[in-house]
Design a protein around this ligand. Structure first.
Ligand SMILES: C[S@@+](CC[C@H](N)C(=O)[O-])C[C@H]1O[C@@H](n2cnc3c(N)ncnc32)[C@H](O)[C@@H]1O
Length: 240
């Protein structure tokens, strides 16, 4: 059969191979908890900005989602599991994942995607100032833009130029770096993030985020064990 027609699905065994111990199950619990609380972006977007869209919208139509991942290295499994807790891959969603890392490790990304998702063959392409690859999970198109640069400079530039907003901020094993290097970072993040923040540690300057309308969601103890520091945290922007 042509590659094009083969089903592109999550390869659970492959994803597990990248995660620590029971993290795969914990991501499952996160999905349950977020959907119970209607935190999933699917639900959020529908109630928020689809008022002007056609009422005859097909049930298969998805959403457009932008995720920012500073200090990403070449991690594919974790952001996929975050997305899995928010959206239904069967729908025609379009997800843009912006990776930023000081190290140029983008060449590992296609191989990791192939381990996490079946029947894909992603290739890295050069763009003006980033590397680019894309792949599908079921009907969802996922694009990765990999910027080989300082994440603090990057997010400052994005905020100043007001060109782009991310729906989701995700970080993993980045807290120490973030906390020591840049006091402006929280301001830059909350001005460029419109919906959800996921971090494997509570954010430094948590109060600042709260002032800007992000509230920390209380998660069950088990879910907090996700990530390297056993204090996984999710912040959600309050809705009007
Ligand atoms: C501990 S690794 C975590 C990698 C990935 N998040 C994961 O969980 O597998 C931290 C990453 O942050 C990157 N890093 C450190 N300082 C950075 C900076 N100022 N801007 C962007 N990336 C940075 C490092 O190059 C490294 O890849």
């Amino acid at each position: 059969m042509f590659e094009f027609f083969k089903e592109k699905k999550l390869n659970y065994a492959g994803i597990r191979s990248f995660l620590d111990e029971d993290e795969f199950e914990l991501y499952g619990l996160l999905k349950d908890e977020l959907s119970k609380r209607k935190i999933a972006s699917d639900a959020r977007n529908k109630s928020r900005d689809d008022k002007n869209r056609s009422k005859n919208k097909s049930s298969n139509e998805g959403i457009r989602l932008a995720l920012f991942y500073p200090g990403s290295e070449y991690d594919v499994a974790n952001p996929i599991m975050i997305l899995n807790s928010l959206i239904d891959f069967k729908k025609k969603n379009q997800v843009i994942m912006t990776y930023v890392d000081l190290k140029d490790m983008y060449h590992f990304i296609p191989a990791n995607i192939k381990i996490c998702v079946t029947n894909v063959n992603p290739k890295i392409r050069n763009r003006h100032n980033y590397k680019y690859t894309k792949f599908k999970i079921e009907n969802t198109l996922i694009e990765i833009k990999y910027y080989h640069e300082d994440a603090f400079e990057f997010i400052r530039r994005i905020r100043v130029k007001k060109r782009e907003k991310f729906d989701i901020y995700f970080e993993r094993a980045f807290n120490v770096i973030r906390a020591t290097e840049d006091d402006e970072f929280p301001k830059n993040v909350f001005e460029t993030t419109s919906d959800l923040i996921f971090s494997d540690e509570p954010l430094t300057h948590e109060k600042e985020y709260e002032k800007q309308g992000f509230e920390r969601i209380s998660l069950s103890k088990n879910i907090s064990r996700l990530g390297l520091y056993e204090d996984f945290s999710v912040y959600s922007k309050k809705r009007d």
